[in-house]
Design a protein around this ligand. Structure first.
Ligand code: NCD
Length: 310
């Protein structure tokens, strides 16, 4: 079901695939707690090809691979590698294909991971391509909801922020189409609304969703609030960024006044100024737990792709 698969878009996966992955992640979670992680990837080499900056995604994939006994090779940024000498993306991928058993790619261009998967014989995991997809983040996000609530269906979700340029937000929204949320609110300033291609998938899947401009309007209904930062680096025009800068912020006083006491806030991180720091230590914040779950989830993913089982 998972062996040798590429991971390019969250839409490549069915509900059954995802549920199987979450069960595997639960198993790994237990191994981690009891310090008895089997070296399932002994002898394997995993490439980390990060053409664009990353903290969590790169480090958590690296930890995930190493904890399972694999060796990792790779780079972060284009300065230190031959791309700086003019080597093509395709040639870089060909080399990694020859040196390793799996390639994890992050790139600022949409479609880069798909292109890498067409070139490489070994499986390719998309760790973020431009504003388009970030499937493994969406897997972590759903897994976090599953661990917090015990289920993903039947909840009211809000996704707040830069829905236009955030690949994490788009991938999370698309991931929800594999389940049955009660309702989904897309909350953003007009300029940062979700792209039409994303909304089309929601409509096709029959997801009940509504676009609103302010969190205040809907906060009292939400079970899960997913927040993303404004993706400043992806704005084609700096003046457009100026128009929306600081246009949304989650504050503790709003949460305490209006949110359900059980509301959980997710965020793929990095946070900039869209969540008031005071929220971090409140019962609402689930984003550090979410980041932590990145390890068992990515371990499960690597083990399923490279071995077919955990
Ligand atoms: C996200 C990304 O790179 O898309 N970060 C991550 O992988 N956790 C979110 C972001 O940069 O805002």
């Amino acid at each position: 079901m998972w062996k040798n698969r590429d991971v390019i878009s969250i839409l490549d996966f069915s509900r059954e695939d995802l549920e199987y992955l979450f069960e595997a992640a639960d198993k790994i979670y237990e191994y981690l707690i009891s310090s008895s992680v089997p070296r399932l990837l002994e002898g394997k080499v995993v490439s980390l090809a990060f053409f664009e900056p990353s903290t969590r995604t790169r480090l958590s994939f690296e930890v995930a691979a190493k904890r399972l006994g694999a060796i990792t090779i790779g780079f972060s940024g284009e300065e230190g590698i031959s791309v700086a000498k003019g080597e093509s993306f395709a040639d870089t991928i060909r080399m990694l294909d020859a040196y390793s058993d799996l390639i994890i790619v992050r790139h600022r261009y949409e479609g880069a991971a798909l292109y890498a998967a067409e070139i490489a014989k070994v499986p390719v995991i998309n760790a973020g391509d431009g504003k388009q997809h970030h499937p493994t983040q969406a897997m972590i996000d759903l897994y976090t909801v599953k661990r917090l609530y015990g289920h993903i269906d039947g909840l009211v979700y809000g996704v707040l922020g830069d829905l236009r340029y955030s690949r994490a937000a788009s991938s999370f929204i698309l991931a929800l189409t594999r389940f049955s949320p009660e309702k989904l609110y897309l909350i953003s300033p007009k300029l940062l609304r979700a792209r039409e291609e994303v909304k089309m998938v929601l409509r096709q899947a029959g997801i009940v969703f509504e676009e609103v401009e302010s969190l205040e309007e809907v906060i009292h209904e939400l079970d899960v609030l997913y927040v993303v930062r404004i993706q400043r680096e992806r704005f084609p025009d700096p003046q457009e960024y100026e128009k929306v800068k600081g246009s949304y912020r989650v504050t503790l006083s709003l949460l305490e006044k209006r949110a359900k006491p059980t509301l959980k806030i997710l965020h793929p991180l990095p946070k900039v100024d869209e969540v008031e720091p005071r929220v971090d230590n409140s019962r609402f914040a689930a984003y550090f737990y979410q980041a932590k779950l990145g390890i068992p989830l990515r371990m499960a993913l690597l083990a399923l792709i490279l071995r077919g089982e955990v």
